[in-house]
Design a binder for this molecule. Structure first.
Ligand code: 26A
Length: 341
């Protein structure tokens, strides 16, 4: 009755093992990091991974933005294998941990494999903030050939979810899926993922933009995107409409834009209108960390979209999922999902 079927949603992204620790602000300053960064690791960051493990009692948690979203979606759906995931891992223990985690939530992982170590992400928690430093390693070796070899999964899916983060790895794989979505009138969902994507990966981002049916972003990502695109405004409502009206290939589907802004209302831009969905702020004592909150929002959203529910239902489930994940360390599933009614 729900219309769910195996493989109807395909996600592509970077599978990463999160190495998460609570640190103080001094540690951030010393390493020239902001409280809410999401960046690619450079040579100068490598010592951080070691320090977190040796000095800061790091927790190891399954991560990677798209894989988080898909795990949350599966958790809510309560029916395995609706979702398939493509990403590249190494041939090591960490890959096994990631696969086991994803599979136990019901995600059908179809990993590309290479000889480098599985990627990881340093997660530096300071109060409500989390700074992310991704060392992609194996994730960076995802190849278009993997998509070609497994094109049956692409053919079989009706929805595709890809992070902006994945533009740093394989724009050609993204374009292949985007073309397929256009040709078969399927739905492509993408996420701006982080401000640096709109700056340093502007060209591949704008190449795929005309194919995007549903676009997600948060406040800082939207503001950076607007600046880079010379929108000439810092007003989120104006920015949302300008994103909505960027050129679009598939004329059968009007674009929808969803902007989140922490505990402020979620904005849904659709046609001529913008609607706001309130977020009930969590009490300070319920907050564990915000790592994965944005991913969980999208997971909740998609779990309803694949069941042909209204955007209102999609957004409200997204809000519940994000709220639940903030109460947990990282993007941890397990137990019952809070009641949807
Ligand atoms: C390319 N980059 C920077 C990234 C990421 C990433 N996932 C894919 N690519 N940087 C951080 N993450 C993941 O985001 C989640 C929180 O939203 C982290 O692994 C973390 O689980």
């Amino acid at each position: 009755m729900s219309g769910l079927r195996d493989g109807m949603l395909l996600g592509m992204g970077n599978p990463l093992l999160d190495i998460s620790s609570v640190v103080d602000n001094e540690y951030l300053t010393k390493n020239d990091l902001g409280p809410d960064n999401a960046i690619l690791a450079e040579e100068k960051h490598m010592h951080i991974f070691k320090e977190l493990q040796e000095t800061y009692k790091a927790e190891y948690i399954a991560g990677g933005s798209v894989q988080n979203t898909l795990r949350i979606c599966q958790w809510i759906l309560n029916r395995p294998n609706v979702v398939t995931f493509f990403g590249c891992v190494g041939k090591d223990k960490n890959a096994e941990i990631l696969e086991e985690n994803a599979r136990s939530d019901g995600v059908n992982v179809v990993y590309d494999k290479c000889d480098e170590a599985t990627g990881c992400c340093a997660v530096l928690i300071t109060g409500k903030h989390r700074s992310l430093i991704a060392h992609l390693a194996a994730a960076n070796h995802f190849s278009k050939e993997h998509v070609i070899k497994n094109f049956n999964y692409v053919e079989n899916a009706e929805f595709y979810y890809i992070s902006g983060f994945f533009l740093t790895v394989s724009p050609s794989s993204i374009m292949m899926v985007a073309e397929k979505a256009l040709e078969s009138n399927k739905v492509l969902l993408m996420n701006l993922s982080a401000p640096f994507i709109s700056i340093f990966f502007k060209d591949p981002l704008m190449q795929v933009m005309p194919y995007i049916d549903i676009l997600f972003g948060n406040e800082s990502e939207a503001l950076t995107f607007a600046k880079e695109q010379d929108f000439g405004t810092e007003n989120l409502k104006e920015i949302g409409f300008k994103m909505l009206n960027l050129p679009k290939e598939n004329k059968n589907r009007k674009r929808v834009v969803i902007l989140t802004q922490g505990h402020h209302p979620v904005m849904l831009f659709e046609g001529e209108t913008v609607r706001e969905f309130p977020v009930v702020e969590l009490q300070e004592c319920d907050i564990v960390d915000t790592n994965g909150a944005g991913d969980a929002f999208v997971g909740g959203f998609i779990s309803q979209l694949v069941q042909a529910k209204s955007y209102d239902d999609c957004i409200n489930t997204g809000i519940i999922a994000a709220r639940e994940i903030i109460k947990r360390s990282g993007c941890a599933t397990g137990g019952d999902f809070p009641c949807l009614n």
